[in-house]
Design a protein around this ligand. Structure first.
Ligand code: GLU
Length: 494
């Protein structure tokens, strides 16, 4: 039987890292085994649906490179892939379960259920539906329903015995049936619950492995019984562990846990996030940490997952992002910088940004950039017609802080020296000229460079100065230096 696996999110917002890690593992399993990776949107709880979520789910998968074989956008032989478009299937299944006596109509009102929960709490008894309507006469219940009385349909869970199911990474899990209450399958609004919908769909879509968070474990014995009652073979279950935050609790927004698209916006590389999440609970061996998608696809198997929760380590993610940043071929990295700059540079810069220019400065910054989002701040002056002159204090290194009135004359001398290199405007001569001038003037070379750096770029932290000046070119560099000198002279008169 060929592997068919699915990612089945509810459209309640942007997918978060825990959820998407399960999707990554699911995708890897499909790719490793030549199977199909399917997206199914589980939107049966309409009250929790968030506008735009489906697009954000699809964008997240696309950004990470998790390509889909079937889904709402791709279509496929088992569609529709959105549960709200499959209601008749759930109705047919619940009719079948009712007819076979495996389900029953329940007329308990929300008030009845609230009162029941309060009695249970007060008596210190476990919570759960007590089965008030379980033994109603089926024909009479059907008549009440036909007369329009509001009701739900519940699964009739066996009262005694045990249910054992096997989880691929946890082995056999055993539950006593008397501890498991009768789940709602179909709600009063005619929508199914997750319990019914996933069973119907995972069967109908020929899903081989159900990968989902371990919060579903207590429901699984009931799910297995639902499959059985429908006459279907249950899939292989794989319950993935939670991701822990730094305080040992489940990672959540409180810890700054983020959605995939937040990481994209912050400037992480998708391959780094993919690698980082994939190995949080799975390992190729006891040492390899940097693994391409292709390497993981060749080796991954759901059976190898570690069922123990893993901790989210943001420093490791940052480190890994740096590794990927340094590993990318230069042209590829330049293309990503350009794409990011298209997004981040001020509107006054023409789009698309000058790719040739980006290629020129990419080697200068590739070692310094940890996140794509840092690129604009570091390189915006390359794109500006005029760079606003920085605050005078920004120009001053140690020696000029003591004698600021020497800054403007020093900058004037530097400008004059550089002027002579207009026709030989290359890194080495520029640097040689300024070094010998610093010696002549008796100032620290670094302080003289800072005057020029802030003059040409408007900031103190930049790519290497002379390479930068070479790219900016003589005309713009000299004009900016002249403007800076004027400003310094006014701020610190002799
Ligand atoms: N819609 C469920 C959720 O988002 C999916 C669980 C599953 O994958 O079966 O939690």
């Amino acid at each position: 039987m060929s592997v068919r696996v699915r990612y089945a999110p509810s459209p309640t917002g942007d997918p978060h890292v825990g959820n998407i890690r399960t999707a990554i593992w699911t995708w890897l399993h499909a790719r490793r085994h030549g199977g199909a990776f399917i997206l199914r949107i589980e939107d049966t709880d309409q009250s929790r649906a968030v506008e735009g979520s489906v697009e954000r789910i699809e964008d997240s998968l696309r950004w990470l490179g998790l390509d889909l074989d079937e889904g709402p956008e791709q279509g496929g032989d088992y569609g529709p892939y959105v549960q709200s478009q499959r209601l008749e299937r759930y109705h047919a299944a619940s009719e079948q379960l009712l007819a076979d006596g495996n389900a029953y109509r329940c007329f308990c009102t929300p008030d009845d259920l609230r009162a029941m929960r309060e009695r249970q709490r007060a008596a210190g008894r476990p919570q759960g539906y007590e089965g008030v309507c379980r033994d109603l006469d089926a024909a009479r219940a059907a008549a009440r329903a036909a007369a329009g009385e509001s009701h739900v349909i519940r699964f009739r869970m066996p009262r005694d015995g045990v249910t054992v199911f096997s989880d691929l990474i946890r082995g056999a899990i055993r539950y006593e049936n008397r501890l498991l209450d009768d789940l709602v399958l179909l709600k009063s609004d005619g929508f199914p619950t997750y319990h019914l919908a996933h069973a119907v769909d995972d069967h109908a879509m020929a899903i081989t492995h159900v990968t989902r968070g371990d919060e579903w474990i207590p429901s699984t014995p009931r799910h297995v019984r639902i499959f059985e009652a429908l006459g279907h073979e249950p899939p292989t279950y794989v319950h993935t562990p939670v991701i822990l935050g730094p305080d040992g609790g489940k990672l959540s927004k409180r810890h700054g846990a983020q959605s995939v698209l937040d990481y994209a916006a912050e400037g992480y590389l998708p391959e780094a996030l993919l690698n980082f999440l994939a190995i949080m609970g799975w390992a190729l061996d006891d040492k390899t940490e940097i693994l391409s998608a292709a390497e993981m696809c060749a080796a991954f198997d759901l059976a190898d997952l570690n069922p123990a929760p893993a901790g989210f380590n943001s420093e490791k993610l940052e480190w890994m992002n740096g590794v990927y940043m340094r590993q990318l071929p230069e042209a590829d990295l330049a293309a990503r910088f350009a794409e990011r700059l298209d997004r981040d540079l001020p509107e006054s810069v023409t789009r698309p940004v000058d790719g040739g220019l980006v290629e020129q400065f990419t080697p200068l910054i590739r070692e310094r950039v940890k996140l794509l989002s840092e690129v604009a701040e570091l390189t915006d002056f390359f794109f500006a017609e005029d760079v606003p002159v920085a605050e005078p204090g920004e120009f001053l290194g140690r020696s000029f802080r003591r004698e600021p009135e020497r800054a403007a004359p020093a900058l004037a001398a530097a400008t004059a020296a550089l002027e002579g290199l207009r026709d030989d405007w290359r890194t080495e001569p520029l640097e040689a000229a300024l070094r010998s001038l610093a010696e002549e003037l008796g100032v620290r070379a670094g302080d003289l460079f800072m005057l020029c750096r802030v003059g040409v770029t408007g900031k103190r932290v930049t790519p290497p100065l002379f390479e930068t000046m070479e790219i900016v070119g003589p005309a713009a560099s000299l004009a900016r230096l002249a403007a800076a000198e004027t400003a310094l002279r006014a701020a610190y008169p002799a």
